[in-house]
Design a protein around this ligand. Structure first.
Ligand code: BG6
Length: 464
């Protein structure tokens, strides 16, 4: 597998939703930053011409971030289109012609996983897989067995070093900052373990429902949609050991090592919920038992983390849209101080969206006669309009052959092993009211002894 940059970008599913929402905006941004100096070939079966694809790209950009006239003109000029059935060998012959001798194409499969095999085989038969790379989207399988099967299929046509499994969370600037902050600040290392930490809490709250994606969601549910991938990747980013070297495999080795030590979920370590009204969504069964909320307790069984639970809570129709990580320190006896002080613990807070915030909670004395204090957060906020969108970063990395931010086969399978026992309808489902923090009692019971849950604020309070 050469490590040279790819010399053509092919995206299957060019007329689809993912291309519309994510790929075209990333392609324009890459063009603007001078990072897309190659032919870009869309493939789909829509009976379209390349001009129609250009119009689709323009519409996508108008809706997602705006058209940059200069960058769009360049992108349009590079855009090609192959119309054809994925089952038909002629489609791949047409693609080969459009590739025009490109030696290291990157094939992005923005299509349902059920089509991966057909497309990979078609590419191979047309000799379009040699020295090529392939990008695949989540969901990567729907359980451990199907993920293993998908890996088997892809490995028939591509070596692991050519496979790029996208989890867009890994391309987010604040998630990268979480990893960076941890390893760039030696002050953290002495406390980043079971001796000093009480628990880690991660909340991924979304104030909206399934946004017209009822049909997709019925097949997924919160565990498959975001816990198996985004959330477990966050857990691994927080819990991993420092990589031995800067290369992609050293980084991915450490992530995998964490995932393999996490105990598989059991009915006692998860609470599933569904917001009232979900069953009225288009594409959703009237008696659906699919969860739109999950609260889980992950136990990482290694020397650093034994006894420090990782609580993860995700949900649709919660009161706010925000993702926050809190690393909570142990409480210490403070006999000279009052009761409120002793029941209080320091924490580090990483707010990943909508704003990027890093805060350390402390207690300081309130001026006056009494030895009483108040909580004050030491606070840093990062805002940069130039932050690259995850898809732009990840597509650029895939073109460069850099796998650091892509999920390796073993890690994908390890993550499925963790959630496999609680997929489907194997645990009770609790109905919760929209605009609440999920099923209250069951949820609280899960976190008992390490609680309460910290609820992210809708808007980051003004700090001075
Ligand atoms: C996607 C899920 O992977 O991630 C969605 O399918 C979820 O259900 C989304 O809303 C959240 O990602 P982001 O980047 O919009 O916070």
């Amino acid at each position: 597998m050469p490590s040279e940059r790819s010399d053509a970008l092919v995206f299957f599913g060019a007329t689809g939703d993912l291309a519309y929402k994510k790929i075209f905006p990333s392609l324009q941004a890459m063009t603007r930053h001078g990072e897309l100096d190659m032919p870009v070939i869309g493939v789909a079966k829509a009976g379209w011409t390349v001009d129609q694809l250009r119009e689709r790209a323009r519409a996508s950009l108008t809706e997602h971030g705006g058209v940059d006239a200069a960058a769009f003109a360049k992108l349009s000029a590079r855009l090609k289109y192959v119309d054809g059935d994925y089952q038909d060998p002629a489609t791949y012959q047409k693609l080969k012609e459009q590739l025009n001798g490109a030696k290291r194409p990157l094939h992005y499969l923005a299509i349902p996983p059920s089509l991966f095999e057909t497309v990979a085989e078609g590419l191979a038969q047309a000799s379009c897989t040699e020295a090529a790379r392939v990008v695949v989207e989540k969901p990567f399988g729907r359980d451990l067995a199907s993920a293993q099967e998908l890996n088997r299929i892809l490995h028939t046509y591509f070596p692991e070093s050519a496979i790029f499994r996208i989890d867009h969370y890994l391309g987010k600037e604040p998630v990268l900052n979480l990893v960076y902050f941890r390893f760039a600040n030696p002050i953290l290392e002495p406390i980043w373990n079971r001796h000093y930490l009480d628990c880690v809490q991660i909340t991924m709250a979304e104030s909206f429902g399934v946004q017209g994606r009822g049909k997709f969601y019925e097949e997924a549910g919160a565990i498959r949609d975001v816990v198996q991938n985004h959330m477990l990747q966050l857990v691994a980013s927080i819990a991993m050991e420092p990589p031995a070297a800067r290369d992609a495999e050293s980084f991915r080795d450490e992530k995998f090592k964490v995932l393999r030590t996490i105990e598989a979920l059991s009915p006692e370590s998860i609470v599933r919920g569904q917001f009232r009204g979900y069953r009225d969504e288009a594409g959703v069964a009237k008696d659906s038992t699919v969860e739109t909320f999950a609260a889980c307790r992950f136990c990482v069984h290694n020397w650093r983390w034994a006894g420090v639970p990782f609580y993860v809570r995700v949900g649709k129709c919660l009161p706010v849209t925000s993702t926050e990580v809190r690393v909570v320190l142990k409480k210490y006896p403070q006999t000279m101080l009052g009761k409120s002080e002793t029941s209080w613990a320091n924490y580090l807070r990483f707010r990943l969206n909508p704003e990027v915030v890093l805060a350390l909670s402390t207690r300081v004395k309130v001026p006056g006669e009494q030895m009483v204090g108040e909580e004050v957060e030491l606070f840093a906020q990062h805002q940069s309009p130039d932050d690259r969108e995850p898809y732009e970063r990840l597509l650029g990395d895939a073109l460069d052959g850099d796998q650091t931010l892509f999920t390796r086969e073993d890690a994908v399978e390890a993550a499925w092993r963790i959630v496999d026992p609680v997929l489907g309808n194997s645990t009770p489902l609790h109905i919760y009211e929209p605009n609440t923090w999920g099923p209250p009692d069951a949820d609280q019971a899960l976190i008992d002894g390490h609680g309460p849950w910290f609820n992210p604020a809708a808007v980051e309070p003004k700090h001075c």
